[in-house]
Design a protein around this ligand. Sequence first.
Ligand code: NDP
Ligand SMILES: Nc1nc2c(ncn2[C@@H]2O[C@H](COP(=O)(O)O)[C@@H](O)[C@H]2O)c(=O)[nH]1
Ligand code: K
Length: 479
Amino acid sequence: MRFIDGHTPAHDLTYDDVFLVPERSDVASRFDVDLAVADPSGATIPIVAANMTAVSGRRMAETLARRGGMAVIPQDVDPAAVADTVAGVKSRHTVWDTPVVLNPGEAVADALNLVSKRAHGAVVVADEGGRPLGVVREADCAGVDRFTRLADVLVPAVTVPVGTEPRAVFDALSAPGAGDLALGIEADGRLAGVLTRTGALRAEVYAPALDADGRLRVAAALGVNGDVATRTKELVAAGVDVLVVDTAHGHQEKTISALRTVRAAAPDAVVVAGNVVTAAGTVDLIEAGADVVKVGVGPGAMCTTRMATGVGRPQFSAVAECAAAARARGKHIWADGGVRHPRDVALALAAGASAVMVGSWFAGTYESPGDLQRDEHGAPYKESFGMASKRAVSARTRTDSAFDRARKGLFEEGISSSRMRLDPARPGVEDLLDSICAGVRSACTYTGASTLEEFHERAVLGIQSASGFAEGRPLPTGW
Ligand SMILES: NC(=O)C1=CN([C@@H]2O[C@H](COP(=O)(O)OP(=O)(O)OC[C@H]3O[C@@H](n4cnc5c(N)ncnc54)[C@H](OP(=O)(O)O)[C@@H]3O)[C@@H](O)[C@H]2O)C=CC1
Ligand SMILES: Nc1nc2c(ncn2[C@@H]2O[C@H](COP(=O)(O)O)[C@@H](O)[C@H]2O)c(=O)[nH]1
Ligand SMILES: [K+]
């Protein structure tokens, strides 16, 4: 990565401050770009969902891993629940999606309560043996009494053997009157999963992030306090693929010593640690055992650290400096926080990150753990909150004494309640992945790169004014 002549940064920069310059390219197609990730996380696209309670749960983890990304289960989840989540993710089919399944005796009200848990907009009705009888969508319930049994409203759906190639499923769903959901059936007639037409397309375009046994991958975070060695062993025993040592201030003795403990307790694990924003912090975490360093202090959408303390660093410069330090040692960094557009992901990768963490943006999707809510205009949203907010801190310290909780409560550095709207055009996290991956593939071809490593090597950046950034924004309503 370099800046165009004359564009030498006089101060630190964030994503909005920079742009990529198009270069002569011999990459003929955006599909010729390989998005493989250089770090040892096992991800096949450079996207990780942040370790935030409002973002990463079981549903987010399975959905992202099926497309090659990964979710990090937050440190606040108790070990038994982490083990349960990991087992759940690893039991999921790597191609077919997991539907909500109800029995024919349940009511329309039950289906309507649960249908928004899935981007595919339907529940499957199955008999007691797990054999599907049909599907129910919101539209099928219009004008129907809420106590009506699902047996009376279900509609048939296309069924295919679960071994059917996704491309053939796509074709089956393209036939007139086929509906928009195919049910994959095991040899004994039980339901294995569902695929939409878009899901079938995605199954051909993305490669799932799989462990050595061919199961979906998942990461989990742990804090720096308490019995770090035991927690590390519990996470490894639960089958967690990537450990994330998580604290606001990664460049402190406590984090370094916790990281050494993690490394000693799990010598072969892939370990990520943070957060830092300097080369010195990156080097110290690498020397203490990190494979990947998490970079970002203060850019997060739920984060009040910079306002509360003045501490942090504009994220583009933080990523560029830390990535250079990590790369010089054969290690990697994840750019964590402040990503709101596909361009931010492209710029973080150009700056040298091996993957990019996304938090609040993914909170506003069907797959985040929160319940779907509607604002005063009926627009769907989910609640998001910071992991250093009063809400998260009081949940994390619930077993401490009242005095200790009150003392800890003095150091809030996050928003407790914010609304993340579901984008009507991209309400599911896979819709966001599609737009991010398309943006990154396209950025690579504009730069003449066919891999993310080449992208970083070839990227030429310029610095822009606020009006330069504004010029790049679409103006859907004219001016
Ligand atoms: N990326 C970012 O910009 C930020 C992220 N976060 C997120 O919030 C969550 C909570 O993190 P965290 O606050 O580290 O909580 P934790 O309670 O998990 O751990 C922090 C530990 O470090 C000590 N510490 C020393 N200095 C600091 C400092 N300046 N800020 C925070 N802790 C400090 C704390 O002691 P004591 O409490 O006694 O001071 C505590 O023992 C994490 O998920 C973290 O990633 C939070 C803030 C910024
Ligand atoms: N200072 C705080 N930072 C926080 C808090 N909760 C999360 N975070 C950080 O933000 C990123 C995600 O950023 P986003 O812009 O994609 O939402 C996350 O990974 C943390 O590093 C918080 O309460 N305070
Ligand atoms: K912020």
